[in-house]
Structures are given as structure tokens and as C-alpha cells.
Design a protein around this ligand. Structure first.
Ligand code: CP
Ligand code: NVA
Length: 313
């Protein structure tokens, strides 16, 4: 019987029970690095990067190999994609060779096109709209440090339209989180995402007051002020000290207002002195290196699921 294609595109489409299963598997894989070391023998992951990556590229690459599989990692610049071949045609061809495809791209529509045309699983390696692989690893990190995330209070500082923030809105609906987003009104999150999170049971506060957002949070999160999709030409003006996001920098005062056991999270890469002070990201409450490590374990769980391996035994 033909296996149903398993795409890892967005947290809200995956649902909480599958995410719970992936988190359990990621923890088991972290506990034993040789677990499932032969499970994906003969399988190949093709990764296509239309934007730069360190963590996503290397964690999926090493993760796939440590499960016995193989990897082809491509920069879109070296492909016919760069000369206008469509994502659909590209996916149709790649899925004749590979067992799963990962795409990092600016446009969610390009990811959707690949998913629709591919005969094999497609993984969202980041778009400007979402970054589900990152948030899966971040939930794992939160739970390692502080226990179950269900019903917890977390806060996000900076650009409310950021892809990681948008994915946390989805997670808020799924896990019943109280999520506070501190941002200027010019950078408010998409109202439809906020409504969807609320309708699913998330308690969402969008505020321009950093202290209101920080109060009582058990995780304080931020991300770069300028995401990859906006890199071109903007960075200079955005990084001036008094730009509109600088009141939302995570500093010692913000961490002081958070819960006494609060951790700091950032997907990386970080810009010290912009979205976060060096004292916070390099301080004792920072969980950023655990987040980076957990990308590997979470990605291994995603790969096993995408390739149809359900039990880890
Ligand atoms: N956090 C993250 O996705 O990092 P990369 O851009 O290096 O993959
Ligand atoms: N959210 C940032 C960093 C992601 C790793 C971006 O999209 O550039």
C-alpha cells in the first residue's frame, strides 16, 4: 500500500499529538546518539537553500547521516531554480531521486508549490512566514529546563512579524500558552495569526510595553531585527541605535522583570547589542546553545517521521 506523504510544513497543520510524539522521540534520540543509527539506510534527503543557513543545514545533514541515510545539500544559486525553473518542476524531479526534500525559501508559496508537486515528504526549512523546525527544538529546550510547556507564559520581544514569532503564535494555540509579544505597532504580528491562536485557546497579548510583556514570563525570546528576507539594503538603517526596535532589546532589566527562573531563548544567529545584550545571551539564564543542540535531535525525529519510521525500538 502506498504510504501517505508526510509533510512537515507548519505546526498548526501537524497538530499537538504528533508534535508530542516528535518531542518524545527527540528526547530519546538525544539520550542515545546511536538510537536508530540504521533506520534510514538507503534513504536520501535533498536540501535546497534559497537563503543562507548554518544550524538547519548542518543539523539535518548530520542528523540524516546519523540515522544511516544520505544527504544532498544544494544552494539554489547552483540550480536551475536560479534561472527560473519552477519549484513545482524542481520538486517533481527531486522526488524521483530522493525520499524527502527540505526547502529554505523566502516565499511560503514556493514551499507550497514544492509540497503539492512532490511525491515525497517536504520539510519547511524556514520561510519568511514560519520556522517550525526551530520552534520544535525550542519547545524541547523549554521542557528540558522548566518542565511541561502546557499553559506556560512566554514572551517575545522585537519584530512581531518575524517568522519565529509567528510560529510561536501557532504553538500558543496548540499548547495553550500565554504568549506576550512586545513590539512597536508598526511591527505587530499578523492579526489573522493572533485571532487563530486565540480561537485555539492561546492567551495572546500584543503590547508596546516591554515590562508588561516580561512580567512573570518563564521564557524571554527574541530574534534578529532584520530577517533574511529583508536583508537587502535595510540593514544599515535598521541597526542604527535608535531605530524603532531598540526599546525591545532584551537586556538585564527585562530578564529581571521575568519569572525568577526564566530562561532566555534565541534561534541564532544573534546580534549582540542589537536585539539582545551580550550580558543576557552569554549569561547564566541563556538557553541558546541548548536550543542549537536540540535542533539536531528534533530534526532527527522529524526525518524519521517523514520517512515513515514510527517506533524508535
Ligand atoms: N536558527 C536557524 O535556523 O539557524 P540557521 O539560519 O543557521 O539555519
Ligand atoms: N528569523 C531570522 C533568523 C532565522 C534563523 C530570519 O528569518 O532571518
Amino acid at each position: 500500500m502506498k504510504r501517505v506523504k508526510r509533510d512537515f510544513l507548519d505546526l498548526d497543520a501537524l497538530g499537538v499529538s504528533l508534535l508530542r510524539e516528535l518531542l518524545t522521540n527527540a528526547r530519546a534520540l538525544k539520550g542515545d546518539r546511536f538510537l536508530c543509527s540504521d533506520a534510514l539506510r538507503g534513504r536520501t534527503l535533498v536540501m535546497v537553500f534559497e537563503a543562507p543557513s548554518t544550524r538547519t543545514r548542518v543539523s539535518f545533514d548530520i542528523g540524516m547521516r546519523s540515522l544511516g541515510g544520505d544527504v544532498v545539500s544544494l544552494s539554489a544559486h547552483d540550480m536551475q531554480l536560479y534561472r527560473g525553473e519552477t519549484p513545482s518542476d524542481t520538486a517533481r524531479v527531486l522526488s524521483l531521486y530522493a525520499d524527502a526534500i527540505l526547502l529554505r525559501t523566502d516565499a511560503p508559496s514556493r514551499l507550497r508549490a514544492m509540497s503539492e508537486a512532490s511525491r515525497v515528504s517536504v520539510i519547511n526549512g524556514l520561510t519568511r512566514a514560519s520556522h517550525p523546525c526551530q520552534v520544535l527544538a525550542d519547545i524541547m529546550t523549554f521542557e528540558e529546563r522548566l518542565g511541561s510547556i502546557e499553559g506556560e507564559t512566554l514572551s517575545y520581544f522585537g519584530d512581531g512579524k518575524n517568522n519565529v514569532a509567528a510560529t510561536w503564535l501557532q504553538a500558543a494555540g496548540l499548547f495553550g500558552l500565554s504568549l506576550r509579544i512586545a513590539c512597536p505597532s508598526s511591527h505587530s504580528p499578523d492579526a489573522r495569526l493572533v485571532s487563530a491562536a486565540r480561537e485555539c485557546g492561546g492567551d495572546i497579548l500584543v503590547t508596546d510595553d516591554p515590562m508588561e510583556a516580561a512580567r512573570g514570563s518563564r521564557a524571554v525570546m527574541t530574534d534578529v531585527w532584520v530577517s533574511m528576507d529583508k536583508d537587502k539594503g535595510l540593514e544599515g538603517s535598521m541597526t542604527k541605535p535608535h531605530n524603532v526596535l531598540s526599546p525591545y532589546r532584551v537586556d538585564e532589566r527585562v530578564m529581571e522583570a521575568a519569572s525568577s527562573d526564566a530562561i532566555f531563548m534565541h534561534c541564532l544567529p544573534a546580534h549582540r547589542g542589537e536585539e539582545v545584550t551580550a550580558g543576557v545571551i552569554d549569561g547564566s539564564r541563556s538557553a541558546v546553545w541548548d536550543e542549537a543542540e536540540n535542533r539536531l535531535h528534533a530534526q532527527k525525529a522529524v526525518l524519521l517521521w517523514c520517512c515513515g519510521v514510527d517506533g524508535l525500538g
